[in-house]
Ligand binder design. Structure first.
Ligand SMILES: Cc1cc2nc3c(=O)[nH]c(=O)nc-3n(C[C@H](O)[C@H](O)[C@H](O)COP(=O)(O)O)c2cc1C
Ligand code: SF4
Length: 483
């Protein structure tokens, strides 16, 4: 996990909680209505993968429990974790690439509606991602995965050798020597594990992404609608396919890369196809990056352009995140895959309490303000969701009153205390369990372990009916709020 070199320690400071009367008058608890997005209050729980789906990507009882617990806190909107749009094996990540997933998603929508007494709008984040392999052992990589090319033969002066002899020569070289022989991508395959990019247009399935993705996203959105979800969030952020199309690093030469207009072309085509399928009155927005926070990556100026175009196209909301890229991810251990939240850009996405002068709270506020105000100047009123270190009422109210955003997103604070918005609304904010931003939850996510919060996962383990993690040591949902 990346830590800023300054290593300044911060303690969350939620400030003064409101009285019930102050909460009633607060902007945070006022409704918002724009096109197809109607929220009872401006509180939002962004997507978080809890690693609870079945191996086949189905909704499980543990998933139902997780969202039921979140919904009891009655946020204005709850976004279901990144859910795959393809019908391909992808481990215990939620999927919706086939109609057989609809009944489980319907149960999920029912559970949330019931637990929130109909006060929470349920959106689902829909995602496409490219293939990434685990980091192999050097022996395996050089014996099996590396394709031998004429350039390898030339550099090794191995003309006339058999392929097996060439592989033996490579295996005898040090990493420094291999650097002279392998291309940058081959070296990455050796040291980090092979990872596809949207620019690998020599591969047919990558070249064809613009032809297949609009229908895949649209079919998934249609299933969300059939399942009774209130809307979809197109995942155009972090390290995944659509964010990679928007990225300044996308230099595809087929009309889908290069200039901003070309980079946004596929995201707009996806949106329009989704709209064709779900109709004009269904909630559709996207999550995208205010900044990629990597060398040569997209900037706030890019994000302003994208935001205006998404608004012009008719999206119902824009949720802004930042960073979370593969390009600067730490080297994984052999046998593990690279994780896009381990580098500096990952830190920008989920900043922890060990930080720099700027601190971990509200690092995305300035870019979000700039993007929102440019969208307003262009004449669009689309609501903008801010997130990143929000854990207190005064801070949340300032987000809304200072023009940073229109809706307040809190991921880790809602994991630490799923009732926190409700406690604030009822004037009982002094009972909120405040997130410490130590990122233990993120560490579990990285290891693909069931995500829990260290503030509550060892509490009341003997409670009747409590479900435990696979290792039997942690509870899977926060204890009930003893009102
Ligand atoms: C365990 C975990 C899983 C996450 N999964 C997702 C995800 O599926 N999609 C997404 O857009 N962001 C995901 N995020 C990022 C959060 O939505 C959020 O942007 C980030 O944690 C910063 O907000 P916060 O400071 O309020 O936590 C995840 C974060 C955590 C801690
Ligand atoms: S484990 Fe809990 S306290 Fe720590 S960062 Fe995650 S949500 Fe916050």
């Amino acid at each position: 996990m990346y830590r800023p070199p300054q290593r300044i320690k911060y303690k969350p400071d939620p400030g003064e909680p409101p009285t019930a009367a102050e909460a009633k008058a607060a902007r945070l608890f006022s409704p918002i209505s724009y096109q197809n997005l109607q929220l009872e209050q401006r509180t939002w729980v962004p997507a978080m993968v809890p690693w609870r789906a079945s191996e086949d990507g189905f909704v499980t009882d543990d998933i139902l429990d997780w969202y039921e617990r979140m919904a009891r806190g009655q946020p204005g909107a709850l976004v279901v974790e990144a859910t795959g749009i393809r019908d391909v094996p992808s481990g215990p990540l939620l999927r919706m690439g086939h109609d057989r997933y609809i009944p489980g998603l319907k149960d999920l929508a029912d559970v949330v509606r019931h637990a929130s007494s109909g006060r929470t709008r349920l959106l689902i984040q829909i995602i496409d991602f490219l293939s990434i392999r685990r980091r192999p052992s050097p022996e395996k990589y050089l014996q099996k995965f590396l394709g031998i090319t004429p350039e390898h033969v030339r550099l090794l002066r191995a003309e006339g050798c058999t392929e097996s002899e060439i592989r033996q020569k490579l295996a005898a070289l040090s990493l420094e020597e291999l650097r002279e022989i392998l291309t940058e991508r081959e070296l990455e395959g050796l040291t980090h594990g092979y990872r596809e990019r949207v620019t690998d247009t020599q591969l047919e399935h990558i070249r064809n992404l613009p032809a297949v993705l609009p229908d895949l996203f649209a079919a998934a959105a249609g299933r969300a609608q059939q399942a009774g979800m209130d809307g979809v969030e197109l995942h155009y952020a972090h390290a995944y396919t659509m964010a990679s199309f928007l990225s300044a690093l996308n230099q595809r030469d087929d009309g889908y890369g290069g200039s901003r207009e070309e980079r946004i072309r596929l995201p707009l085509e996806v949106y329009r196809r989704v709209r064709d399928v779900v109709g004009d009155s269904y909630t559709v927005g996207c999550r995208y990056l205010s900044e990629e926070c990597i060398e040569g990556g997209s900037t706030v100026e890019d994000a302003v352009f994208f935001g205006v175009e998404f608004a012009r196209a008719g999206m119902d909301f824009l949720s802004l995140s930042r960073g979370g890229k593969f390009e600067d991810a730490a080297q994984p251990k052999p046998g593990w895959s690279a994780y896009p939240y381990t580098g500096r850009s990952g830190y920008e996405c989920m900043p922890s309490y060990i930080s720099d002068q700027q601190g971990p709270f509200g690092r995305n506020f300035k870019p979000t303000t700039d993007i929102r105000s440019a969208i307003r100047q262009a004449g669009f009123e689309v609501p903008v969701v801010a997130a990143g270190g929000i854990h207190g009422f005064e801070q949340a109210e300032a987000v809304l009153c200072d023009g940073i955003a229109d809706i307040v997103g809190a991921a880790r604070q809602s994991l630490a205390d799923p009732d926190w918005f409700l406690k604030l609304r009822l004037g009982r904010g002094d009972e909120v369990n405040v997130c410490e931003y130590t990122n233990s939850c993120e560490g579990l996510d990285q290891k693909h372990k069931q995500v829990t919060c260290k503030l509550w996962d060892r509490k009341c383990l003997d409670e009747a009916g409590v479900r435990l993690s696979r290792d039997g040591r942690r509870r899977l949902t926060a204890p009930a709020w003893d009102k």
